[in-house]
Design a protein around this ligand. Sequence first.
Ligand code: ADP
Length: 289
Amino acid sequence: MLSLRHLNKTYANGVHASNDISLDIPTGLFGLLGPNGAGKSTLMRTIATLQEPDSGTIHLDGLDVLREPTALRRQLGYLPQDFGVYPKVSALELLDHFAILKGLVQRGERKEAVEALLHQTNLWEARKRAVASYSGGMRQRFGIAQALLGAPRLVIVDEPTAGLDPDERNRFLNLLARISEQVIVILSTHIVEDVTDLCSRMAVIGKGRVLVEGEPKAAIATLRGRIWRGAVSDAQLPELQQRFTVLSSRLVGGKPQINIYAESQPEAGFTQVEPGLEDVYFLQLRAAA
Ligand code: ADP
């Protein structure tokens, strides 16, 4: 279990990027969901011991992370948002190089670990190709392979699906889900669908604060019976936005279709629909705005 208690961080420019953050994160895939600027990277970097909070504590099982950052780093795999290292060497050579840096100095053991990871991340066939020639999805899977070197107990991936096509995204998320059967995986994302299907637990953060935390299904269930959907005209939209809690609007056949949060039917023509995580997300962000 990773336990965060009362983490605070204010940058020199006055931005309060972590505001009294407390979370318990068990083994499994944990989705940290929030819009750009919410404070996700700040929290990821703090947990990865790349920067210090102003106050608060972090424990990984019995380990006091802020007191013993070196011990944490030995159990950590980290895929930063801008993992920009794509030289012209092959994946096999590059991963071998990272393995040496991770302390896997014994040749046989290293070869075994590197080959197993290339298989696990489905890069074995492409292992001799230069990482520079990889697609976005392959690069992200390579990023996971390097993060998993040394069998970490905690894996942090920061906005890994941005820019991936739907196929690559699914493949990548499935890989994370498989890994998370044995380790804590924290996936930070601003894409609601990344969290809906595969994360066993999640937190929504906005403006540095935890807005909601728990199982996605449980959070969704709290909105049952209160989400109404209807097609409206462009002209009606501003007035409805004033009178009701409009959570989202999307164009269906060229016409806006909106989701409203309300205790009872807001207008004729609106029908009750099953809530989704997107409704939870937008409602929480509105409340925090
Ligand atoms: P996210 O990853 O959710 O987009 P960040 O943690 O990157 O959020 O940023 C949270 C807030 O802190 C933003 O307002 C951002 O501009 C600010 N911020 C992030 N890093 C720094 C920094 N090094 N110095 C000053 N402000 C920062």
